[in-house]
Design a protein. Structure first.
Length: 266
């Protein structure tokens, strides 16, 4: 396919910006990284952006999002990981389509090894071999890679068999009310064991209550993202109240350790 698009600059039908949502590490009670989420220049949601951009301009949108995310991250002083969504079906040839990303990172001095590229399982992947070639190319350049929304989309376990990313992000649909749902607890334990055996780092998405966090933490999960910690901050980095969650999680450390050992032994 003609990849002249990779060196063209096409104005979008809507001006874009970014919001940033923290990903937290509950072993160190610190921010592990931030996911960059596309917004309109006035703060409108992602749906407003995608509704304004014709399908034939999806490549230009994908490129613009990468550039904007890196530029804003550098200006905000992000020194953790930066997670950027990409659309596999908008990447024509990986080694050439990454050029603008590399130029931007070099220009603003944002380190390549602090960038995570994630693609969503809820996007129908038409050519698995193409996705594999993208992931392999990005990893060879020092980028981290991730499957987003695992458990909510088209491919599920088959995607894990075909594509080996560094990180898998578990969708909220699997963990909602997990503290009071034994069936979900059993399923998520099995998912965690599978991902651990596959050497994937796991991020639990969409956590909204301290009860969910307590259960997932006791099951051995370390990395979390969700409204409980912070909603996305439009063009700024929202603060995370680690003191409260630390107090809750460390109030009974012995029982948590016992549950972790019991979970990992199964």
């Amino acid at each position: 396919m003609n990849c002249e698009k990779c060196i063209e600059s096409k104005a979008l039908a809507v001006d874009i910006s970014m919001a940033f949502q923290p990903i937290v590490d509950l072993h160190t009670f610190s921010v592990y990284g931030y996911e960059a989420l596309v917004r309109t220049a006035s703060g409108g949601g992602a749906a407003e952006v995608f509704n304004a951009v014709p399908k034939e301009d999806i490549y230009s949108l994908d490129q613009a999002c990468r550039v904007k995310a890196i530029e804003l991250a550098a200006s905000l002083g992000i020194d953790t990981y930066l997670s950027i969504n990409f659309m596999p079906n908008a990447v024509y040839e990986p080694s050439r389509c990454i050029a603008a990303t590399l130029r931007t990172a070099k220009k603003v001095k944002f380190p390549i090894d602090k960038i995570i590229f994630e693609f969503t399982e809820t996007e129908s992947v038409y050519d698995t071999n193409h996705v594999i070639s993208i992931i392999n190319d990005y990893q060879s350049r020092g980028f981290q890679t991730a499957i987003d929304d695992f458990g909510a989309g088209y491919s599920g376990i088959k995607l894990l068999c075909d594509v080996h990313t560094d990180i898998v992000k578990i969708d909220r649909s699997l963990i909602i009310n997990i503290d009071s749902d034994p069936r979900r607890q059993r399923i998520v334990k099995d998912v965690k064991r599978l991902l651990d055996d596959n050497s994937n780092k796991i991020i639990v998405e969409g956590v909204e209550s301290i009860e969910e966090i307590k259960m997932l933490y006791a099951m051995g999960f370390r990395y979390f993202q969700g409204f409980y910690f912070a909603k996305p901050g439009f063009e700024h980095l929202p603060e995370v109240d680690f003191d409260t969650v630390k107090t809750v999680l460390t109030s009974s450390p012995v029982s948590q350790i016992d549950i972790r050992q019991e979970t990992s032994a199964r």
